[in-house]
Design a protein around this ligand. Structure first.
Ligand code: NAD
Ligand code: FES
Length: 276
């Protein structure tokens, strides 16, 4: 039996929220953990971080950006359709303790992963300031949810169509200039997480980033998700996905994540030739 889609909602251009019946995952999931999903019976397995769960309701939510073949197929699904596989929860949960003031930074679709971390950190008694950024106003996601969960939300857009004009890193720098920030959690594109780490490094502010390397089995067996952290090889699926942002080798991560782009492009070309 598959995992039934209960709701599908378009959040922004190319970004959908899927509510999926997965009672066992919903019961044991903690913020920061992810699932590995298969969308087609013989398709690839993709890691997706869980953005919300409801244990009594037996569902989980995944926010998915259309970036390649599998996510494009997932975007064609409707309520009532089923996913053949949802395996999890996998990975280590977000470290949650009493830190003081925590800035939670979400870049674009990364906001979907920053959101549960912000909720958990606020619930633990921290003062959470969320900084969420997108290229343009209509790509800002989860602003209302974030406002309901934490005290303060700063929105940035690269083109200035909403909130502060500029990157999330600019807003973070200004925040750190104005007040004490005890910890930063950042999730988003690799250059953004690297940028956040460079903003906090001179201030010695502990900074956690959530990495999304290519994954295959998600259980530490295949080595597909290797990342270099503080000169040590780590497996994001079992040692992460969250790591010390000051120790991550972002260049190696970018290189490995680009490895399959050519393959994806060939696959898309073959598909379009087949339908021509
Ligand atoms: P995007 O490129 O639109 O960027 C989102 C925001 O990140 C920007 O508005 C800006 O505020 C910030 N940003 C981007 N580049 C920056 C830079 N060089 N310096 C400082 N800040 C910068 O993002 P998107 O299209 O919504 O997201 C797509 C990317 O996010 C993909 O690469 C995807 O793999 C990644 N992603 C990562 C995770 C994760 O777990 N780390 C989760 C979801 C998506
Ligand atoms: Fe295989 Fe992490 S995905 S080791």
């Amino acid at each position: 039996m598959g995992f039934r889609l209960l709701e599908v909602e378009q959040l922004a251009s190319g970004v959908k929220r899927f509510r999926i019946s997965a009672p066992r995952v919903a019961t044991s999931h903690q913020a920061g953990q992810f699932v590995i999903v298969r969308v087609e019976d013989k398709g690839e397995r993709i890691p997706l971080t869980v953005s919300a769960v409801d244990a009594p309701g037996g569902w989980i939510e995944l926010i998915v950006q259309e970036v390649g073949h599998t996510t494009a197929v997932m975007h064609t699904l409707n309520p009532g359709d089923e996913l053949p596989d949802v395996v999890g929860p996998l990975g280590r949960p977000t470290e949650v303790d009493s830190y003081g003031t925590v800035a939670v930074v979400g870049g674009g679709v990364g906001t979907a992963i920053a959101y549960p971390a912000a909720v958990a950190l606020a619930a633990a008694g921290n003062r959470v300031v969320a900084i969420i950024g997108a290229r343009t106003a209509e790509l800002v996601i989860l602003e209302d949810e974030m406002r309901a969960a934490v005290g303060e939300v700063l929105v940035t857009t690269d083109d200035g169509t909403k909130g502060q004009h500029g990157f999330v890193t600019g807003a973070l720098k200004a925040l750190i200039g104005e007040q004490t920030v005890d910890r930063v959690v950042a999730v988003g594109p690799i250059p953004m997480m690297q940028g956040v780490a460079e903003v906090t490094r001179p201030h010695g502010i502990p900074t956690i980033v959530s990495l999304n390397p290519i994954m295959v089995d998600g259980t530490g067996m295949c080595g597909g998700c290797r990342v270099l952290v503080g000169e040590e090889t780590k497996f994001a699926c079992v040692d992460g996905p969250e790591f010390d942002g000051h120790q991550v080798d972002y260049e190696v991560l970018s290189l490995r994540n680009r490895a399959y782009l050519e393959f994806e492009a060939c696959h898309r070309q073959e598909q379009s030739d087949a339908h021509a």
